[in-house]
Design a protein around this ligand. Structure first.
Ligand SMILES: [Zn+2]
Length: 204
């Protein structure tokens, strides 16, 4: 990082010192550190049981913490440019992102990615195909959400109704040559975009 960098330095926007510290602190924390009371009986005697669970010293209930499922979409237009969104909300507000989000209860991943693409871009997904998954940490209102992000290749036949909404402040297509992974604020999305560029071809 240059010593004399400006207010709009991309490094500082993407990796402010406080965020690096907060993230380090969070990743070393037990995933249930903020769960102080037994959800079964309400006792404060709720102790770390192992790396992913806590157990109540009063009633014996063991609560296991699992990743929340989320989706992200690779959408290409006829010129083989990738659809990217700008995040309109924290975390990583203002950085680039792929359309996607958390899967709702009782929803399939395919239904989830279709719904999120519609909400964020106003586009209809005709077909989607699962590609790969990456774990991530997502900071939400001071709470660290462990996610498993599922990446889909989504076919959109008509991109003319494009209209950003919900979590996206803008959406646009970028040629692969113009994509800079460091401009993507969420770690799993940044890694997925890097994997796409490293593959040197668009998945089909
Ligand atoms: Zn209990």
């Amino acid at each position: 990082m240059p010593a004399n960098h400006g207010l709009y330095c991309h490094y500082c926007i993407l990796y402010p010192a406080s965020a690096i510290f907060a993230n380090k602190k969070r990743t070393m924390e037990h995933p249930l550190a903020q769960f102080r009371y037994c959800p079964e009986c309400g006792s404060a005697d709720f102790r770390i049981h192992d790396l992913k669970s806590k157990q109540c010293g009063q009633c014996g209930f063991t609560y296991y913490f699992n990743a929340s499922a989320a989706t992200a979409a690779f959408i290409f237009n006829e010129r083989q440019e990738l659809m990217v969104c700008r995040r309109g909300k924290a975390p990583a507000k203002g950085t680039l992102d792929l359309p996607g989000g958390f899967i709702d209860l009782h929803e399939t991943a395919e239904e989830g990615i279709r719904r999120e693409v519609k909400e964020e871009t106003n586009l209809d997904v005709q077909e989607c195909r699962y590609l790969f998954s990456l774990p991530n940490l997502y900071e939400y209102a001071g709470f660290t959400v462990h996610t498993l992000d599922l990446f889909f290749l989504c076919r959109v036949d008509d991109s003319s109704p494009l209209a950003p909404d919900d979590d996206a402040s803008e959406c646009f297509f970028l040629p692969l040559s113009g994509i800079r992974p460091e401009q993507f604020g969420l770690a799993s999305i940044r890694k997925a975009v890097t994997m796409l560029l490293d593959a040197r071809h668009i998945p089909s």
